[in-house]
Design a protein around this ligand. Structure first.
Ligand SMILES: Cc1cc2nc3c(=O)[nH]c(=O)nc-3n(C[C@H](O)[C@H](O)[C@H](O)COP(=O)(O)O)c2cc1C
Length: 309
């Protein structure tokens, strides 16, 4: 067994949850700097890694400052996962592997992956057995509170004997999608069926949200998703309620992200940066006017200007 980093983390553990298309290496570098304890990759297809790995391996690249780094895979075929984790372990060398059991997107569920995999207990187990057999890295999973007829409890009982290191629970059912109340009771009850690290996820945007989730569930930490968009310093805020960041620091941080985006992705990175810039100005006076300019930036020079740097 490779070193299990999960057991070395101080609680409460705060993880940057995976957000496909958003939590790329530049973004992860920033959240790590501001206190995220674990970083998940964007989800990557086990099937793509099986057939034609090059592009997916590019998506999963990371820098040493992003450790501990967990690569998340989605798919439905145990043999694809078996090959994928071997490739990942050899070529990417992350600290852990995570399996996606929560994604509701049609393109994913129609291949029996994501939340559709959670709803299929025999195949969920077969996938996890294939993954565990083919990697020495610690394996974690990300689930919802319910998918189809399968509730979290059923899912966890079905894999109770497997050595899964960590569990992130998005506290919503598949039917809820990405909105609506988080089921804190279901998260709390998961402890009865799972002995590894448990992270609660969903709707955590500030210190009080986190405090409530941790006190009502008793879990080991939390995964932060959309709360970090345009606010990569949220992890520092969650650890220290007195932490404050100035508007100038925010502008410099946004520009740092843009520089990393340009360095790693060229012009495509500038275009991707447009949406991040818009998140940075959420809630500011004059945000509407700024956004109208932000969605048109073409270069680092444009970004500098729009950020008044
Ligand atoms: C744009 C977007 C992309 C996402 N991509 C992934 C993904 O690749 N893998 C995954 O497990 N969850 C993914 N999620 C779900 C989030 O990780 C998280 O579970 C969900 O957004 C709830 O947490 P939040 O309220 O803190 O955002 C995604 C969510 C959004 C909004």
């Amino acid at each position: 067994m490779a070193k299990n980093f999960w057991r070395k983390l101080k609680t409460p553990i705060l993880a940057m949850a995976p957000l496909a298309g958003l939590t790329d290496s530049p973004f992860r570098i920033l959240v790590k700097k501001y206190g995220a304890d674990v970083l998940y990759s964007e989800m990557a297809s086990a099937t793509a890694l099986f057939y034609n790995p090059e592009e997916t391996l590019k998506l999963l690249q990371f820098t040493s400052s992003e450790r501990p780094y967990v690569v998340q895979l989605f798919g439905s075929k145990p043999e694809h996962f078996a090959a994928a984790v071997r490739i990942i372990e050899k070529k990417i060398k992350p600290d852990g592997i995570d399996i996606n059991f929560g994604c509701p997107v049609k393109k994913v569920t129609k291949q029996g992956a994501g939340s559709a995999l959670m709803a299929n207990l025999p195949n969920s187990r077969a996938v996890l057995e294939a993954v565990l057999k083919n990697t020495k890295l610690p394996v974690s999973i990300k689930v919802r509170t319910q998918s189809g007829k399968v509730k979290l409890k059923d899912f966890l009982q079905n894999i109770a004997d497997l050595p899964i290191s960590a569990l992130m629970i998005h506290g919503r059912t598949l039917a809820q999608g990405f909105n609506g109340e988080i089921d804190l009771k279901a998260i709390r009850e998961a402890r009865q069926y799972f002995s590894g690290i448990i992270l609660a996820n969903g709707g955590i945007h500030n210190y009080d949200d986190l405090a409530k989730v941790l006190s009502e569930t008793g879990v080991d930490g939390a995964g932060i998703g959309r709360g970090a968009l345009g606010r990569p310093w949220i992890f520092r805020e969650l650890k220290d309620s007195k932490f404050k960041i100035s508007p100038e620091q925010i502008s410099r941080l946004a520009f740092r992200q843009a520089q990393l985006m340009f360095k790693q992705k060229g012009r495509a990175g500038i275009l991707e940066m447009r949406q991040h810039l818009c998140w940075y100005v959420n809630g500011l006076a004059g945000a509407k006017k700024l956004r109208a300019r932000m969605v048109r930036v073409e270069s680092l020079a444009d970004i500098k200007k729009v950020l008044s740097l």
